[in-house]
Design a protein around this ligand. Structure first.
Ligand SMILES: [Zn+2]
Ligand SMILES: [Zn+2]
Length: 130
């Protein structure tokens, strides 16, 4: 286990401080105090936890509108300073997110986590109806 996730990082989009949120015993994510962007170090693992129950709790988009951050795409990973690339979320191609090809971390704009988890929930419901 590394201690890199304990380090306070700055938002790659707006440079404000990111607060650490503990979502489960061994899982901590970072959320920007300004734009509400979420930084996930281990996307698959952290996303699964969030998708189950915590998405709307940690995602500020429902209470606060930040709409220009999705246009900011030339960002660098706060962990290793490499350029992050823009990809479509597997769970919802309408959602674009930034990922680091070096460490595998993912940055989600405020609201995107909720969009992804809602979509995959709908898909699951559809599948059970077929
Ligand atoms: Zn920010
Ligand atoms: Zn990285």
């Amino acid at each position: 286990m590394t201690h890199s996730s304990e380090q306070i990082i700055s938002c790659p989009k707006c440079s404000h401080t990111m607060n650490q949120l503990r979502v489960e015993n061994d899982i901590t994510i970072d959320r920007c105090v300004n734009c509400g962007g979420l930084f996930l170090d281990v996307f698959e693992k952290e996303y699964l936890v969030l998708a189950k129950q915590r998405a709307e709790e940690v995602d500020l988009a429902l209470t606060r509108q930040v709409d220009d951050m999705d246009q900011v795409r030339a960002i660098t990973c706060p962990r290793d300073q490499s350029r992050m690339i823009h990809i479509q979320a597997l769970e919802n191609p309408d959602v674009g997110l930034e990922t680091c090809t070096i460490c595998g971390s993912v940055f989600l704009d405020a609201g995107e986590l909720t969009q992804i988890t809602k979509k995959s929930l709908l898909d699951r419901i559809k599948q059970t109806l077929v």
